[in-house]
Design a protein around this ligand. Structure first.
Ligand code: AMP
Length: 466
């Protein structure tokens, strides 16, 4: 199923969304094509996501975070925007040199701060106005105490070689700095290994993080198993989704669709089949969003159906599955979606329904992001029917939950022992499905209570504290 290299040419810097003036800097450096790590990281970081990246020196990691973060700097701010922390002077100096070269044609000012150089010189440089600072933790804290730099000004922070920084005893300094960086809306943590301490930093200072593992030969989005089912056009797509749910038996999942219309139809179909499913849309009032989020978190709700837009900015962790009802048009969105599962300490599964027409997209994703897809087949028809029925029974039992009216129990017993009892049950099931359908339809046709809201920007002190 993988496509030939010629059919899917590797992306260049423009394809990844890199601006012309940054590309000019890359040309000066002799970087003609993005390296693997850059193909994965640039689009995600350009979108403003937090990233934890396992990458070694020599992989091209500096440009992988440097290119997108430099591009995101607003030059009109006239305040330091990007902080890159490194464990050693040498690395801080090297980072400064590379970032300066990349940002040269954009007019970005890059400074460095590390011990062994008179602090006064560095203070003067900071006073003159800078956009980027590459620093070691000790010297940065000195400069901050002397009020030469305000840590709260930085909008993005990178911890480079975080594992080294911790093994050199900088844990306290790093946490002090991170806690003071209250304006940082984006955090990137790089490390060659993901030991417990580094994982703790990721957990504490990142939000909705995408974890990328570039340490092996093949890139992978860490902790996520990517599987796909090839579907035909003999059945409507939502039937295949029901099959996937019956086979995979997700504990909790978000089902991504490409249009609001699909979201509405799908939620109705799922409810009709007895699944505890709800849709979130951009038009839901905040209180409703919170109710739905709380329901999925404490497992009263099993499935959340959402478009990419509606799912933006909501914190859904602990999902066992991410299901792509349709593949997104933009490959970078795929990473956003699957990043919703496979959080710290758990393996998540991303399942995609792929039609013959879209198989080539898997080739693009494999090439661009190094994702390894496993193909799974549905079991034979008789086995499938059994699984579907088992899923329905589970769903009905869960829906019944506490809601069984005692008055009906005796009658139910008699129906079950009646020779034509199964006909009655079949009739009741059909009535039940129809009533869910009608109820959903009347809910969907309700006039909207509120006009769509504009999303509020994330407010600065958003980092979790412990
Ligand atoms: P790093 O992993 O950031 O230490 O980078 C390793 C080396 O790769 C450095 O010498 C970079 O100058 C070089 N490099 C980074 N990106 C590219 C690229 N796209 N093409 C060629 N060389 C690169």
């Amino acid at each position: 199923m993988t496509a030939s290299k010629d059919e899917f040419p590797e992306p260049n810097f423009s394809d990844l969304g890199v601006d012309a003036d940054i590309q000019a800097g890359l040309r000066d450096l002799g970087y003609q094509q993005p390296l693997a790590v850059q193909r994965v990281a640039i689009p995600v970081i350009l979108e403003g996501r937090d990233v934890s990246m396992r990458a070694k020196t020599g992989s091209g990691k500096t440009a992988a975070f440097g290119i997108p973060l430099l591009q995101r700097i607003d030059r009109r701010r006239r305040r330091p925007s990007l902080l890159v922390l490194a464990p050693t002077r040498e690395l801080a100096a090297q980072l400064g040199t590379e970032l300066r070269a990349i940002g040269k044609h954009r007019g970005l000012e890059v400074a460095t701060a590390y011990g062994g150089v008179p602090v006064e010189e560095q203070k003067k440089r900071l006073q003159a106005g800078i956009d980027v600072l590459a620093a070691t933790p000790g010297r940065l804290l000195d400069l901050s105490q002397q009020k030469a730099v305000r840590l709260a000004d930085f909008q993005a922070v990178v911890l480079d070689e975080a594992d080294e920084m911790l093994s050199m005893g900088f844990f306290e300094d790093v946490t002090k700095i991170m806690d003071a960086c209250q304006g940082a809306k984006q955090v990137i943590i790089l490390s060659a290994s993901l030991e417990q301490d580094t994982a703790a930093l990721v957990d504490r200072y990142t939000r909705d993080v995408i974890r990328i593992d570039l340490s092996a030969d093949k890139l992978s989005v860490e902790g996520i198993r990517n599987i796909y089912y090839l579907i035909g056009d003999d059945l409507p797509r939502h039937h295949y989704l029901l099959h996937v749910l019956a086979v995979e038996q997700p504990h909790s999942a978000i089902v991504f669709v490409n249009t609001r219309q699909d979201a509405g139809v799908l939620t109705t179909v799922l409810a009709r089949e007895g699944w505890r499913a709800e849709m979130i849309s951009g038009q839901l009032p905040q209180r409703e969003r919170e109710r739905v989020m709380a329901a999925i978190k404490d497992q009263r709700l099993k499935l959340l159906v959402a478009t990419d837009l509606a799912a933006r900015g909501i914190d859904i962790s602990h999902l066992s599955h991410v299901i792509n009802f349709s593949l997104p048009e933009d490959p970078a969105i795929f990473l956003h979606r699957v990043g919703r599962t496979g959080r710290v300490d758990r393996e998540g599964t991303a399942v995609s329904l792929v039609s013959g027409k879209r198989v080539h997209t898997l080739g693009v994703l494999e090439r661009q992001f190094g994702i390894k897809f496993e193909r799974k087949e549905f079991p034979p028809a008789t086995e499938m029917t059994k699984l579907l029925n088992r899923a329905r029974i589970t769903a009905l039992l869960e829906a019944a939950g506490q809601n069984i009216a005692d008055g009906y129990l005796a009658l139910a017993g008699e129906i079950c022992s009646h020779p034509r009892g199964h006909e009655i049950v079949a009739y009741l099931l059909k009535r039940h499905a129809d009533s869910v359908h009608d109820e959903k339809r009347s809910l969907d046709n309700r006039p909207q209570a509120e006009p769509p809201r504009r999303r509020r920007r994330r407010s600065p002190p958003r980092r979790r504290r412990r």
